[in-house]
Ligand binder design. Structure first.
Ligand SMILES: [Zn+2]
Length: 90
């Protein structure tokens, strides 16, 4: 079922449609803006990416990713420990 929107100025009907960023739905009669793209979707995607990055960042620093074995001696370290080890060795 197709939705229609009403112009807030002249009450003319306009067919509702999906809008891309930067587009507006304007009234054919008076030119007023009837609908703008929903920016909540963009904010939602940004929060999802940020929270995913936070979770993956914590996991990457908790579990060891580097394992050194020299002369039978084994040492495992995470990202931060690997960077610190490289800096200490010059
Ligand atoms: Zn109008």
């Amino acid at each position: 079922m197709e939705r229609s929107l009403r112009c807030p100025v002249c009450a003319a009907r306009a067919r509702d449609r999906e809008l891309r960023p930067g587009q507006e739905l304007r009234c054919a009669r008076c030119g007023s803006t009837i609908k703008r793209p929903d920016r909540r979707g963009l904010a939602h995607a940004a929060w999802a990416a940020a929270s995913t990055g936070l979770v993956l960042g914590v996991l990457a620093n908790v579990y060891p990713i580097l394992t050194f074995e020299v002369a039978g001696r084994r040492q495992a370290t995470g990202i931060a420990g690997g960077v610190a080890g490289l800096l200490n060795q010059g």
